[in-house]
Design a protein around this ligand. Structure first.
Ligand SMILES: [Zn+2]
Ligand SMILES: [Zn+2]
Ligand SMILES: [Zn+2]
Length: 239
């Protein structure tokens, strides 16, 4: 908002970004990772009719703020939102959406069930998620591996012992905020070095700031097998 830089005013649709989130579709069932402030807009854009679960990476507002809008899925599908998150994220959700968790249920509030996860595999429908513990400065964040695909957003540290979970990936999505050093996000240079070390067949960078530059320019300078992700990007992965 309010920025008139050449990225924010670019006519290339790939320069216009909503907050970071992904949706996994398997056997016509959808699981969302994070529901940020743009959740509603993203669900409408992709014409999503049903979701089976929402898995959270961490409790920052740009990843949870849209949770209230699960109400539409509550009504239409008679479905209580199945949320998967750590104890710490669950506590934050109860603070941020206190009305949804209060004993006195006001009509029309979102209906949410918290499924508390730890750093152990868990299932949402028929998808198996392997959490990857990463850190966003000091804040614990979960990346997730599903089959040959892994998604790591909002991090600047991956502990050594978690690299084991990142072997033999076909597709890795990794956060690369900008070029300048940042206290809690990987820079593009750090993300490229990590992507080389992890060695996925394809790496896509996400959670990109306008400060990184024009999509077209940045994408063209990346090493082979690495690309800049954009809103609406669809990838096929094997489980
Ligand atoms: Zn800008
Ligand atoms: Zn964050
Ligand atoms: Zn974020």
């Amino acid at each position: 908002m309010a920025c008139r830089c050449r990225i924010c005013t670019s006519s290339d649709a790939r320069d216009q970004r909503l907050r970071s989130a992904i949706m996994l579709t398997h056997e016509e069932r959808n699981v969302v990772i994070d529901s940020g402030p743009d959740f509603r807009q993203q669900m409408l854009r992709e014409d999503v009719r049903t979701i089976e679960g929402i898995v959270f990476t961490h409790e920052h507002k740009d990843h949870i703020a849209g949770l209230d809008d699960v109400r539409a899925f509550n009504y239409i599908n008679n479905w209580r939102a199945q949320v998967y998150c750590t104890e710490q994220v669950g506590e934050a959700l109860k603070r941020e959406f206190a009305y949804a968790f209060s004993d006195k249920k006001y009509p029309g509030i979102p209906e949410i069930d918290l499924n508390i996860i730890t750093n152990d595999k868990f299932n949402v429908g028929n998808l198996t998620f392997t959490p990857i513990q990463v850190y966003h400065l000091h804040l614990p964040v979960f990346g997730y591996r599903i089959g040959s695909f892994a998604y790591i957003t909002d991090a600047n540290v991956i502990p050594e012992e978690e690299f084991e979970k990142l072997k033999n990936l076909d597709v890795l999505v990794l956060n690369a905020l900008r070029r300048e050093k940042h206290p809690s996000h990987f820079t593009l240079e750090e993300a490229v070095a990590l992507a080389l070390r992890i060695g996925a067949k394809q790496t896509w960078f996400t959670h990109v700031s306008h400060q990184l530059g024009l999509h077209e320019d940045v994408d063209a300078e990346l090493p082979e097998g690495m690309r800049l992700a954009y809103d609406g990007l669809r990838l096929e992965v094997s489980l």
